[in-house]
Design a protein around this ligand. Structure first.
Ligand code: ASP
Length: 330
């Protein structure tokens, strides 16, 4: 029987009702007590790493999870991390960069309703996660509502219903039907994982709104090493408000600037319109193409944790990791 490590970090799945709203309080052992059938699937050991609402999760917690995986990696066949849904997609992306090429499954799951509620998705998600962690499913993924989503491609797209996550610009890795994993895609992996232990958190995100000028970008760039701009459509910047000068000046000062889109699916293509073309051709900004914003945030933190060299950082940005970017980059 496979040996799986359950790493608890909190979230709705582990929450109890209090007079001040739902609070993660249940331990990993208490979660397991709700699913006795698990003993027929795998052997489970537990680590209670955190017990947080994932709104309170920080990059320091991502590093804690990566260290925990590294510490226990050799002794287990797979890993299940229970986590709040609100920032699970960011954590899944971050772990995809911090633990690369893992031949063993690293599965994140959680729930929209606490495990103690009559109508809960916790039990099915947890059992599915253990099933997947016991399979040959390399790398980091999210198992939720019977779907398996690659860690670099997940986004929370529904705040209440059980189908909380979507796979963005990439197919599901598989589905679970009646407790059987039907795998559509097998992730590439190495013979052994590569662990990283550094992140630079000075990465900011600006969502454009019509009429905005450069002041907000200046504010963020003064305080950070990289800025992601979620622009409109396939991508571009307003030709008023000083944005082009802003981008040129801050890039000359050594900052990384990435253009992406606030449209949920299909990604950016800066070359299409005049408002984007010049940014790419004359200024050489980076562009996210089909990457999720969650993955861009985590990838920039990982890259800037390794290097401050601009050319090397740009090369790393366009290097596909865990299938995070597929766009043919020239
Ligand atoms: N606020 C909760 C969290 O992210 C929501 C959930 O887990 O579904 O921790």
């Amino acid at each position: 029987m496979k040996k799986i490590l359950l790493i608890g970090t909190g979230g709705t799945i582990a929450s109890d009702v209090t007079s001040d709203g739902l609070v993660p309080e249940l331990t990993t052992e208490q979660l397991l007590a709700h699913i006795p059938a698990i003993s027929e699937i795998c052997e489970v050991d537990c680590v209670q790493l955190l017990n947080l609402d994932s709104t309170n999760m920080t990059p320091e917690h991502w590093l804690m999870m990566a260290r925990c995986l590294r510490q226990h990696y050799a002794r287990y066949d797979g890993f299940v991390i229970t986590h709040g849904t609100d920032t699970m997609a960011y954590t899944a992306a971050a772990l995809s960069y911090l633990v690369q090429s893992s031949p063993k499954p690293i599965i994140l799951t959680g729930a929209q309703k606490p495990i103690g509620f009559d109508s809960t998705d916790s039990k099915v998600n947890l059992i599915d996660a253990f099933r997947c962690a016991s399979e040959d499913l390399p790398g980091v993924s999210i198992v939720f509502n019977n779907k398996v989503i690659l860690g670099t491609r997940a986004r929370k797209t529904r705040s209440k219903s059980f189908q909380a996550f979507s796979s963005i610009n990439y197919p599901h890795l598989g589905v679970l039907r009646d407790g059987v994993l039907l795998r559509y895609i097998r992730q590439d992996c190495g013979a052994a994982p590569v662990f990283y232990d550094a992140l630079n958190t000075k990465v900011a995100l600006l969502k454009l709104t019509p009429g905005v000028d450069r002041a907000q970008a200046d504010f963020l760039l003064e305080r950070n090493d990289a800025l992601i701009i979620e622009s409109f459509g396939v991508g571009g910047l307003p030709e008023h408000g000083g944005f082009y000068d802003c981008v040129r000046e801050w890039m000359d000062a050594g900052k990384l600037i990435v253009l992406t889109t606030q449209v949920p699916s299909e990604g950016s293509d800066l070359g299409v319109y005049h408002v984007g073309y010049r940014l790419k051709r004359d200024l050489g900004v980076l562009e996210a193409y089909d990457m999720t914003t969650e993955a861009v945030v985590a990838k920039l933190m990982w890259i800037l944790g390794q290097t401050q060299d601009r050319a090397w950082a740009e090369r790393l940005f366009y290097t596909p990791i865990a299938k995070d970017i597929l766009w043919p980059v020239d």
